[in-house]
Design a protein around this ligand. Structure first.
Ligand code: CA
Length: 300
C-alpha cells in the first residue's frame, strides 16, 4: 500500500509538472519583436535572470521575500473580490486569453467612456520597484491612448488623482506606462522637472526604430523605477519588453527628501486623460508582480 501510495504521489507530481508546462508553454510567445543589433544605447542586452525563473509558472513567486504584490488571477472569486464593483472588469478562463495558470483579467473598454477606472492598492514602502505584467489587446485593437500599470509615491495626506499638478519634490512622484495612438509604449512619469503639467511621456530610448506594440499577442512588460538618493540625481527608469531592456533613463530627480517612498501599486487600463475609448473593445492582463528585484518573464 505504501509503495502504491508513493508511486501515486510521484505520478501526481509528474502529471502536475506536465500540466503546468502545458498550461504556460503553449501560450509562450515565440519570436520577440525585432530589436536591431547595435541600436542606440545599450538596450539590446537581456534583463538577465529574474526572480521568476526560480518559480516555474509563477508558482510560489508570491512568497518570494522581494515580492510586494502579486496577482495571477487564477482564482475567480479572489479576482472578483479584487476589482469589486468597478465597471469594465471580469474574470476569464478562456484559454487563448489566459497567459498562464487558470485565469486572467478581462478588461472591457467602452465606447465614449474612460472605463475601466484604476485600482490603487497600498504596498510596503520601497525606494525601488519593479512591476511586471502580461497584456494582450484584442485583434485589430484600436489604440486609443490608454494606460498600463505602475507605482506611485505619495506623502501622507496626498490623495488620489492629482493629474495636472506637477510634484514639488516632497508630495509625490510616479511612473506607469501608456501606449499612444501610434502604438508606441512610453513611460508616463510625474516628477518635479517634468515638462508639462500632465507628466512626461518618455519613449523607449534604447531601440531604434522605436517599438510599436501589436494587437492579438501577449507581451511581457516590466518597468523599474528607482528613486534618487537625495541630494543626488541618481533616480532611474527602466523598461523591458519580453525580457529585453528597451528603455533606460537615469539622472532623474524624483524627490527632495528620502522620506518620500514608493507606497502604492497602480493597476491601470484606463483610457484618458481627456480621451475616451473609440469603441467597445477588450484586452487582457495576467501574472502581475511588484517586487524590489528584477522579476523577468514567467519561468518554465
Ligand atoms: Ca493567470
Amino acid at each position: 500500500m505504501e509503495f502504491r501510495f508513493r508511486l501515486s504521489g510521484v505520478l501526481l507530481l509528474v502529471f502536475a509538472a506536465a500540466a503546468l508546462a502545458l498550461t504556460c508553454s503553449k501560450k509562450k510567445d515565440k519570436g520577440l519583436f525585432f530589436v536591431p543589433p547595435g541600436g542606440t544605447g545599450t538596450g539590446t542586452s537581456t534583463g538577465g535572470t529574474g526572480i521568476a525563473a526560480k518559480y516555474p509558472g509563477d508558482q510560489g513567486l508570491a512568497d518570494d521575500p522581494s515580492v510586494l504584490y502579486f496577482l495571477d488571477f487564477d482564482n475567480q472569486q479572489e479576482t472578483e473580490n479584487w476589482y469589486g464593483s468597478k465597471d469594465g472588469y471580469a474574470w476569464t478562463n478562456t484559454p487563448e486569453n489566459v497567459y498562464c495558470g487558470g485565469g486572467a483579467l478581462e478588461i472591457q473598454q467602452k465606447e465614449g467612456t474612460h472605463v475601466p477606472s484604476e485600482i490603487h492598492p497600498e504596498i510596503a514602502e520601497t525606494d525601488v520597484a519593479y512591476v511586471r505584467w502580461y497584456r494582450k489587446w484584442e485583434a485589430d485593437y484600436d489604440f486609443t491612448q490608454h494606460k498600463m500599470s505602475g507605482v506611485y509615491a505619495k506623502a501622507d495626506g496626498v490623495g488620489g488623482g492629482g493629474a495636472g499638478i506637477p510634484p514639488n519634490g516632497y508630495d509625490k512622484y510616479s511612473c506607469k506606462l501608456y501606449v499612444d495612438f501610434s502604438r508606441y509604449p512610453r513611460f508616463y512619469t510625474y516628477h518635479p522637472e517634468q515638462e508639462g503639467a500632465y507628466g512626461d511621456g518618455l519613449h523607449m530610448n534604447l531601440v531604434d526604430p522605436k517599438i510599436q506594440v501589436e494587437s492579438g499577442r501577449w507581451y511581457c512588460f516590466e518597468m523599474m523605477i528607482k528613486a534618487n538618493n537625495h541630494p543626488n540625481r541618481d533616480g532611474e527608469l527602466k523598461m523591458w519588453i519580453d525580457g529585453k531592456l528597451v528603455g533606460h533613463y537615469d539622472n532623474m530627480r524624483f524627490r527632495d527628501t528620502n522620506d518620500l517612498k514608493i507606497n502604492e501599486f497602480t493597476y491601470s487600463a484606463y483610457v484618458g486623460g481627456t480621451w475616451v475609448s473609440e469603441r467597445d473593445q477588450k484586452l487582457w492582463d495576467d501574472q502581475i508582480v511588484v517586487a524590489t528585484e528584477y522579476i523577468g518573464p514567467v519561468g518554465f
